[in-house]
Design a protein around this ligand. Structure first.
Ligand SMILES: [Zn+2]
Length: 341
């Protein structure tokens, strides 16, 4: 006959080391299961001499009670342990310091655009938004650029599958829309937005870029007004010491036409790498609205006059921040963009 004291002691010791529900089940099979040690021992009682059976049976039943209640206690302890472990691993620890949300900010070009809006707003210019998809008539012909005009060579763009419908090459077609909307009143607007050109992307040109067009129409408007407005703009944008110079130029939709340079803020006009040792940086083009364009907008050129100018916010940003590659603006490299947060 099996030594019941020894069996009980061994079983209880092993139970103490059980740490999982799988281990617990294995222990139960080993002692209390059908083929377990205690069950086998109970069956063996029948072969004992009749006088020994009652005492042996009583002792075996005691051991079974002890092991069964020890098993139940251990089962509860293991359940409690695994519940605590699960809560620990999945719970939210409210004592931890929070993770600060990472805030985005305006793209550097949008910042420059807003600077431009604010400066012109001080001078009474409102923002006039027009379409990016234009027709050939408004993008070219209304602006004095007929189909065979050589200026079109510089303005190849993206065409849609609808004949004559294209992505605008400049913001100037907005001049026609603005004049037709405000006619016959005098008005002052800036026309910001995206433009497109079908050309090779280099450090100085992109297939998509922004322009801010300016347009003032009224009576007795002169080139002197244009110069005064642009000088004020340059000083607000680049600093009060800045000087502006005009150079004669040519655009099909202005007459006379000029390009404006601002003296280099880096070298103060002495000459440096940024200004290619000229002391001057080109910032925009403009002139008096061509009589044909005025008439296309509905204004009688014998009574009305106006000036128009156009500038590139990317170029303003290149100059303002000393950036040497226009492609950086739209490459979506966060390391570049974060510098302007
Ligand atoms: Zn310079």
């Amino acid at each position: 006959m099996v030594d019941m004291d020894q069996l009980q002691q061994r079983a209880l010791q092993e139970l103490e080391d059980v740490g999982s529900s799988e281990g617990l089940e294995a222990w139960r099979q080993a002692y209390l299961g059908r083929a377990g040690e205690l069950t086998t021992a109970l069956r063996g009682i029948g072969q004992l001499p009749a006088a020994e059976r009652p005492a042996a049976g009583q002792r075996a039943n005691q051991v079974r009670q002890v092991l069964t209640s020890a098993f139940e206690a251990r089962e509860k302890a293991i359940e409690a342990q695994s519940l605590a472990a699960m809560l620990e691993s999945s719970s939210l620890d409210v004592r931890l310091p929070g993770r600060p949300p990472s805030l985005g900010h305006l793209h550097v070009i949008n910042q420059v655009l807003r600077d431009v809006y604010a400066i012109f707003a001080q001078m009474g210019f409102s923002v006039f938004q027009t379409r990016e998809v234009e027709d050939d008539t408004t993008n070219f012909q209304m602006l004095n650029i007929p189909p065979d005009h050589p200026a079109r060579d510089m303005w190849s763009t993206f065409y849609t599958t609808t004949p004559g419908v294209l992505l605008r090459t400049h913001t100037s077609p907005g001049q026609v829309h603005a004049m037709r909307q405000f006619h016959p009143d005098p008005f002052r607007v800036i026309l910001p937005g995206k433009c497109y050109r079908y050309e090779q992307v280099t450090t100085r040109s992109e297939y998509m870029f922004h322009q801010v067009e300016g347009l003032a129409i009224g009576q007795h408007i002169t080139m002197g007004d244009l110069k005064g407005i642009l000088e004020h703009f340059a000083r607000q944008m680049f600093g009060p010491e800045r000087r502006l110079r005009f150079r004669a130029s040519y655009f099909p939709f202005t007459e006379p036409s000029a390009e404006a340079d601002v003296d280099c803020a880096i070298c103060g006009g002495k000459g440096c790498q940024l200004c290619k040792h000229t002391g001057w940086l080109e910032i925009l083009g403009g002139g008096m609205v061509h009589p044909t364009v005025l008439a296309n907008g509905g204004y009688d050129p014998a009574i009305y006059s106006g000036f128009a100018f156009g500038m590139g916010p990317e170029r303003l940003a290149l100059l303002k921040y000393g950036i040497n590659d226009i492609r950086l603006f739209y490459a979506n490299d966060v390391r570049f963009l974060q510098q302007f947060g």
